[in-house]
Design a protein around this ligand. Structure first.
Ligand SMILES: CC(C)(COP(=O)(O)OP(=O)(O)OC[C@H]1O[C@@H](n2cnc3c(N)ncnc32)[C@H](O)[C@@H]1OP(=O)(O)O)[C@@H](O)C(=O)NCCC(=O)NCCS
Length: 327
């Protein structure tokens, strides 16, 4: 995996600004104070400046020099309302409706990115995934050529020798029950994301069935998605449908699907739905000693990422660096 050192070096050469929507959360303040002590990523904290300063003082974090913007009192608010109404005009957005929406930090922060006043955004320390992601879907939108926004987790199992195990898993957070074609798109985006983290992707389309061992519409979906993905990305090793053991264990792979060029060695996993994906990455994280970075949103026009509400300050700091690296 490209270490954080590589990402930081890249950012030092081209520093970015990142909006942190939950400005007075202690974990955000700790991460912001760490970022401020460096010179590669400038945090913009959203909220009431006095409350943020008070919370930082109480928690003992130095946030001197941080840019703090209060959505309740912002000099470009009228311009923001105008841009938002334009973006949402086919949804019947009016100035009257827009004003209270844009006073909310999740929408306000997303609009700072939309207006080019910040490079990227990280939220979700207190907002739910849906409340962090929805403004991005509505305002930043899916990039040209894509039909959905999806997400990827990068999982890293540190090794004492420094040869960390790094894998990618998608979509564990956004699309509840993706179609065959959406899975193909998710595969393409995940391959790019995996490469950005130094993975040489070998993609397994996962199922509870290996190569027709079981029958169900959910199995057929993964079989068809595999074929379509193989056709669309001929240079990437892709196979499916595979059970997880066949995907990662050379012994099981030899038994169940000996001719596969992926089985036994997969490092990039496409799950059939968000239930499987969300449970899968959390099992790896909680019981398999993997560190989980994500969800990293894929297919958006600008990097906006979501934190888990259970995150700690180190995770905020790491996700801020990952998010900015993708800007
Ligand atoms: C992503 C999610 C929040 C969208 O939900 P929602 O806001 O209720 O969705 P809606 O259908 O009202 O769509 C809102 C907008 O987003 C767009 N949208 C929804 N899902 C999208 C997707 N996957 N990709 C791109 N755009 C999407 C819609 O087209 C709509 O745009 P519009 O308002 O311009 O027409 C929803 O799919 C979700 O809750 N996913 C699971 C999140 C979760 O809880 N994960 C587990 C924890 S990590």
């Amino acid at each position: 995996m490209y270490g954080f050192g590589t990402m930081i070096e890249k950012l030092k050469a081209d520093p970015k600004t990142i909006v942190l929507t939950e400005g007075k959360d202690a974990r955000i303040l700790e991460a912001a104070s760490r970022l401020l002590a460096s010179n590669f990523l400038k945090p913009i904290l959203l909220g009431n400046p006095e409350e943020i300063a008070g919370a930082a003082e109480e928690a003992g974090y130095n946030i001197r020099g941080a840019e703090i913007i209060n959505p309740e009192d912002y000099d470009k608010f009228d311009e923001m309302v105008e841009v938002f109404c334009e973006v949402r005009k086919n949804k019947g957005m009016t100035e009257e409706k827009a004003r209270p929406i844009l006073r909310q930090a999740n929408y306000f922060g997303t609009m700072l990115v939309k207006m080019g006043l910040a490079d990227c955004l990280l939220g979700g320390a207190t907002y739910s995934t849906a409340d962090t992601v929805r403004p991005a879907l509505q305002v930043i939108k899916t990039k040209p050529g894509n039909s959905v926004v999806s997400s990827c987790f990068i999982l890293v199992r540190p090794s004492a020798t420094g040869d960390n195990e790094v894998i990618a898993m998608s979509d564990c957070a956004i699309n509840i029950n993706p179609t065959e074609d959406e899975l193909v798109e998710i595969c393409g985006e995940t391959v790019q994301c995996a490469r950005a983290f130094g993975i040489d992707p070998k993609v397994a389309f996962l199922s509870f069935s290996t190569k027709g061992s079981a029958h169900d519409p959910s199995v057929t979906k993964m079989q068809n998605a595999t074929k379509k993905a193989q056709g669309r990305y001929p240079d990437v090793p892709i196979d499916g449908e595979l059970q997880f053991d066949a995907a990662v264990s050379p012994r099981v792979a030899r038994q169940k699907t000996p001719d596969s060029n992926v089985a036994g060695h997969a490092n990039t996993f496409i799950f059939p739905d968000v239930n499987a994906g969300n449970l899968g990455y959390k099992i790896a994280q909680r019981m398999g000693n993997f560190e989980a970075y994500g969800p990293i949103l894929l297919g958006l026009n600008a990097p906006i990422n979501d934190l888990s509400r259970g995150c700690n300050a180190l995770e905020v700091y790491s996700m801020a660096i990952i998010t900015a690296s993708l800007a």
